[in-house]
Design a protein around this ligand. Structure first.
Ligand SMILES: Nc1ncnc2c1ncn2[C@@H]1O[C@H](COP(=O)(O)OP(=O)(O)O)[C@@H](O)[C@H]1O
Ligand SMILES: [Mg+2]
Length: 377
């Protein structure tokens, strides 16, 4: 775990970081994002002691890093920067193996690891290991840079805009490789970027900075849904959530108080209830627990001749449902495959939490085409 405690940085009388407090969990990928000059690189470089705080402390696993041997500290960290930093007169293999060899690790282990890493970053080892950096494209060089950062199997990997200089397609490819590597290796990764799409795509947590301060440190989902102020919401962009619709969950889309009835209610009273609430179906729930027992719609009732009978006799007890965590893509798929428009949202105990209706879906989907919420109302 990395922890910043009341960290500030001044250059002469200029304050570039103001009282940074931040905790980065082990195994998480955290992105620092913000406009140029906001202090991202300065913050990152404090973790490997390339920059010393003017005030405050940085801890790794509870230990103040100032008390540690700096060489030792940096060996425990991979570091990837925009300008790869590969040695031009060394082959790809030698570049990747430079630190493991300096540490006198077992040659056979090193060789195997290099092969594995090349595969992981999407470069065929036999084709590329013996080339020099200049014989690779920018994207390939950056892949080697990433492989090298992972070579010593460090606990922490620092990445400062590693993909920024690449064309968009190469960049997306490398982001995918990084996600893939991270899902296998679970490193603590601190990743600086100025690209919001990149941050949302790869991060467990996003740290939004402005003028040397942290504005919001949160999950991508919360940054998208609950930006803490106008700067963040401006920075994130109004319709950005639609580039990550997997963050729009059933609980965001549902109406939270669907019209319900008990299973012993007569059909006549059910019809009255539907009329007064202007709905065409009722959720039949168990009295004390709110568990959903069935669904009845107006058409089913109309087909019955005896309207004094209880709704429990005719309700459909075999219904589709979703959990609050299901996302809008999954929901739309269910709607399309089953031709249903009302889908109850249930927790693990079948408790009714809400209802997704055609109109709640349309309302959500239409937001993506509207500039502001004011225009919508
Ligand atoms: N050695 C330095 N001397 C004076 N000012 C510096 C120095 N290094 C960085 N700065 C200033 O600190 C601020 C933050 O820089 P940096 O962390 O590199 O920003 P970012 O990475 O977010 O673009 C900038 O205003 C930059 O000009
Ligand atoms: Mg920078």
């Amino acid at each position: 775990m990395i922890k910043f405690e009341n960290v500030s940085k001044n250059y002469k009388d200029k304050c570039v970081l103001k009282n940074i407090n931040l905790e980065i969990e082990k195994g998480h990928l955290v992105t620092f994002i913000g406009e140029s000059g906001c202090g991202k690189t300065t913050t990152l470089k404090m973790i490997n002691r390339l920059i010393k705080p003017s005030l405050g402390k940085v801890f790794i696993n509870g230990e103040n890093i100032e008390t540690k041997d700096v060489i030792e500290l940096r060996r425990r960290m991979g570091y990837v920067i925009q300008q790869t930093g590969l040695f031009p007169h060394m082959t790809v293999k030698d570049n990747i193996e430079i630190i493991p060899k300096a540490e006198k690790r077992n040659p056979e282990t090193i060789r195997k690891r290099t092969y594995e890493l090349m595969e992981m970053v999407g470069l065929k080892p036999d084709e590329y290991l013996h080339r020099y950096p200049t014989e690779l494209s920018g994207g390939q060089q950056q892949r080697v840079g990433v492989a090298r950062a992972f070579a010593t199997d460090p606990e922490i990997i620092l990445m400062d805009e590693p993909f920024s200089a690449l064309d968009p397609i190469t960049r997306v490819g490398l982001q995918d490789e990084l996600i893939n590597l991270q899902s296998q290796l679970k490193k603590t990764i601190v990743f600086v970027t100025h690209d919001m799409d990149e941050a949302i795509k790869i991060a467990d947590m996003i740290c939004i900075m402005q003028h040397g301060e942290i504005l919001q440190y949160d999950t991508p989902e919360n940054i998208l849904k609950n930006p803490c102020n106008d700067f963040v919401s401006e920075f994130v962009g109004k319709n950005r959530i639609w580039t990550s619709p997997e963050y729009i969950k059933a609980e965001d889309v549902m109406i939270s108080s669907p019209v319900t009835c008990q299973k012993n209610m007569s059909l006549l009273r059910c019809i009255e209830k539907m009329r007064s609430y202007k709905v065409d179906s009722l959720m039949v729930i168990e009295n004390t627990t709110n568990r959903l027992l069935g669904i009845v719609n107006a058409r089913q009732i109309q087909l019955q001749s005896d309207h004094s009978q209880e709704v429990g006799n005719i309700m459909s007890a075999d219904f589709l449902s979703v959990s609050p965590e299901n996302n809008i893509i999954e929901i739309l798929k269910i709607v399309e495959e089953n031709q249903v428009t009302n889908i109850p949202v249930l927790d693990n105990n079948n408790t009714l939490l809400g209802l997704i209706t055609k109109s709640s879906l349309v309302t959500t989907l239409s937001q993506q085409y509207l500039e502001t919420e004011e225009e919508y109302s």
